[in-house]
Write a protein that binds this ligand. Structure first.
Ligand code: SF4
Ligand code: SF4
Length: 243
């Protein structure tokens, strides 16, 4: 992955890098799965005219010896690989501590979401913690024209990302003072305390965490791919193991 370091300039480039990372991570997973298969050999039960599976997501008959392999892969995904994902999250978070907020207040004045306020309220009612906290502080701008003047450059950047998908809503927090200070700092929710929690979102140009983003973007993309691939194999192997 080192060859990608510091190369990410724009969204298109990021997508292309992510595709390569995703393929590499998937290949590494399959390699690990196949290494784990080697000690086993077909017991030649000949229940069906079959050949040993190439992928642990294949549906096998219930006496096939390779079902042990599938269980092993599932176990590996649930324990070892999940642990390594957790460690990568910790690594990314630890690196954030090197950087600091510049107090530009963009994240308080121009928060955005792919969900409307009503949708977020519904999610909050269903127990979504992020949506609960978000709707407890943020208020939607009446329209996009009202939102833009607060940070035109950042607004345009966000809009351009969603240009093919029109679904972006802008919000502001009324607890921000005219001097760009939080008037309820001690009681601010975790989403404010932890911001930014995801280095893959779009940051305003002046955000003090941009350098953190530059430092961890490849690691964060790798982590994202690992999470997606892990979820995929966990679901598919569990389905294949069902009788
Ligand atoms: S509660 Fe404070 S930190 Fe959080 S968005 Fe509002 S002004 Fe910003
Ligand atoms: S956008 Fe970044 S620098 Fe600006 S207030 Fe938020 S965390 Fe701080």
């Amino acid at each position: 992955m080192q060859q990608y370091q510091n190369l990410i300039q724009n969204e298109e480039e990021k997508k292309s890098i992510y595709r390569n990372i995703f393929l590499n991570v998937n290949e590494a997973f399959l390699l690990k799965f196949n290494e784990a298969k080697r000690p086993l050999s077909c017991s030649k039960c000949r229940r069906e005219n079959c050949t040993p599976p190439k992928n642990p997501t294949e549906k096998l008959h219930k006496d096939c010896i390779y079902r042990f392999w599938q269980e092993h892969c599932l176990n590996k995904l649930e324990k070892e690989i999940s642990k390594s994902i957790y460690e990568k999250i910790q690594e990314i978070n630890a690196l954030k501590n090197k950087y600091h907020c510049n107090r530009c207040a963009a994240c308080c004045k121009l928060a955005s979401s792919e969900f409307s306020y009503e949708e977020l309220k519904q999610k909050a009612q269903k127990g979504d913690i992020f949506a609960k906290q978000f709707t407890s502080i943020f208020i939607p701008y009446k329209n996009k024209e009202d939102a833009r003047p607060f940070y035109p450059e950042f607004f345009d950047l966000l809009e351009s990302k969603y240009k093919n998908n029109d679904k972006i809503y802008f919000y502001y927090c009324p607890k921000l003072s005219k001097d760009n200070l939080c008037t309820d700092y001690e009681n601010r929710p975790d989403i404010c305390r932890d911001f930014p929690s995801n280095p893959l979102v779009i940051f305003p140009k002046d955000c003090g965490y941009r350098k953190w983003q530059d430092e961890v973007d490849v690691l964060a993309l790798t982590l994202h791919a690992m999470i997606k691939i892990t979820e995929f194999y966990k679901t598919k192997i569990a389905e294949a193991l069902q009788d």
